[in-house]
Design a protein around this ligand. Structure first.
Ligand code: BGC
Length: 514
């Protein structure tokens, strides 16, 4: 995967680095950060399906689930049960805001370490939970861990990677997320067959494994050259850059990092500065990308695939198995992005994936509508149920090479150093807020909007695809500290970037890009 693709934005330098073993190993370990998030995303849906777990903590839901005359759409509607799933995301939202300061002041790796540590403690609370309070405290600690990891890992990967392979490396985070989801689903499949409380305890307790992996990983990882310069370790930063790039010829990139750092020193308060007009493009994109990522409706599948499949009339075992299949498809399809994102660019993937998701969502809505109607009772044949599973897989594949990985990549690469940590925290906070909202509201929405829920998300997928087409400039192969030039050349955002930020006027940049 040696580099060779060049940026098309005028004035942007191209460093054609080769892939070095050091950067590969470093980013591989760094990407472990995605495992804790993924494990958690994947474990909750299955655990909330386990009868002993429901009997122990949510007896009302358990009774409702057993009732034969329930409306299919409303079988699992319980605010308390969804609070179990979604409380984590509120905690992650809060911690990502603190993580931004730690990431900036102490370096990216310490945020990762803290992430692993709190997640570890949370897994112990959950695995040994005796009451609902312990369960919720555990979830909140897990959430703190996720907030720290999601704030620091994407930035770490984007800064470490050579510019011409940044997309692929950053996508490692999403690969790890999905890997975590798949492993969790497989674990659930087996633990669900155990009698008594041991099953869910193993599922929740095993979260300590990815937690330890990120903790140990963070201890051995070096910090990024950008962060070392930001914290005054200039010589060390140069050595680090030379060693991860595998060459001593790094002067140009190093100078870019120094310039970026000088500029960032003028900025004392990243949180206040991010609101300045000159950062408006980055701020708006950083808020909209995670908002739209969640409004694709993906987590309806991630959290509730087993619930959804049971609603469709699958047995409990078959539901977990189908959830496993969708997870494996998502994992495989994420590699499509890994191998194409630096060649074809972010925009093509966003647009293609968006259209694919849109079509499949409409088809799923129509099929479920025809089968269950608005009353929510009825039976679905094997062929139709399999067709719905196939459509769900097509939808998941579309997400896997577009909004999934790019939802983390784009926000981590578009902001200048001086606001990068704050921008990434904003990205995580918005993402977590809408993850929370979808997790919290999905079962109620399913109960009330029925199959219309799929049309609801389809409308958003339509809007976000148009948004990308008009508002997102292509960032492939652009060195991270040269991103201002991309904004300056954009037909709309160009007006917000001051000339001195790139050394040319917007008119000149746009002329050059024609
Ligand atoms: C999203 C999650 C989602 C996961 C798996 C991530 O990029 O942020 O909300 O659950 O992908 O689909």
């Amino acid at each position: 995967m040696a580099g060779g693709f060049v940026s098309q934005t005028p004035g942007v330098r191209n460093y054609n680095y080769k892939l070095t073993p050091k950067v590969f190993v470093t980013c591989f370990i760094g990407a472990f950060g995605g495992l804790i998030f993924g494990y958690d995303l994947g474990i909750s849906g299955g655990v909330t399906q386990m009868e002993p777990f429901l009997e122990e903590f949510f007896p009302d839901v358990h009774r409702k689930m057993k009732s034969a005359h329930q409306n299919e759409y409303c079988r699992f509607d319980s605010q308390l049960l969804t609070l179990f799933t979604s409380s984590l995301y509120l905690a992650a939202l809060v911690s990502s805001l603190f993580a931004s300061t730690i990431t900036r002041v102490f370096g990216r790796k310490w945020s990762m370490f803290l992430g692993g540590f709190t997640f570890f403690i949370g897994s112990a609370f959950n695995g040994f939970a005796q009451n609902i309070a312990m369960l919720l405290i555990g979830r909140i600690l897990l959430g703190f861990g996720v907030g720290f990891a999601n704030q620091s890992v994407p930035v770490y990967l984007s800064e470490m990677a050579p510019p011409n392979l940044r997309g692929a490396f950053n996508n490692g985070f999403q690969v790890a997320i999905i890997f975590g989801i798949v492993v969790a689903t497989i674990i659930n499949y087996f633990t669900a067959q155990l009698k008594g409380n041991i099953g869910w305890r193993i599922s929740l307790g095993l979260a300590c494994v990815p937690a330890m992996m990120i903790m140990i990983g963070a201890l051995i990882l070096p910090d990024t050259p950008n962060s070392l310069i930001e914290r005054g370790f200039t010589d060390k930063a140069k050595q680090m850059l030379q060693s991860i790039r595998g060459t001593n010829e790094v002067d140009e990139e190093f100078q870019d990092l120094i310039d970026a750092s000088e500029e960032s020193k003028q900025v004392k308060h990243p949180w206040k500065n991010i609101l300045l007009p000159r950062y408006r493009p980055q701020l708006i994109i950083t808020c909209f990308i995670p908002f739209f990522q969640q409004l694709t409706g993906i987590n309806v599948i991630t959290f509730y695939a087993p619930v959804l499949f049971q609603t469709l009339g699958f047995g409990s075992k078959a539901s977990l198995l189908s959830a496993m299949v969708t997870g494996i498809i998502e994992l495989l399809c994420t590699f499509v992005s890994v191998f194409t994102v630096d060649r074809f660019g972010r925009r093509v993937l966003f647009l293609q994936g968006g259209i694919q998701m849109l079509i499949s969502q409409i088809a799923i809505g129509v099929m479920i509508g025809v089968k269950f109607g608005t009353v929510g009772t009825g039976d679905i044949g094997k062929t139709d149920a399999n067709l719905i599973v196939a459509l769900i897989c097509i939808y998941v594949a579309g997400f896997a090479w577009s909004w999934g990985p790019l939802g983390w990549l784009v926000p981590s690469e578009i902001s200048p150093l001086e606001i990068r940590s704050a921008a990434q925290a904003t990205n995580v906070a918005v993402n977590m807020f809408f993850t929370f909202l979808v997790a919290q509201l999905f079962l109620t929405m399913l109960c009330h909007m029925k199959f219309g829920l799929f049309f609801f998300f389809a409308v958003f997928v339509f809007i976000m695809t148009i948004f990308i087409y008009l508002m997102l400039p292509e960032t492939k192969n652009v060195p991270i500290e040269e991103m201002n030039r991309v904004w300056k050349a954009h037909w709309f955002w160009g007006r917000f970037i001051p000339d001195e930020a790139v050394g040319v006027s917007a008119a000149e940049m746009q002329q050059k890009s024609v």
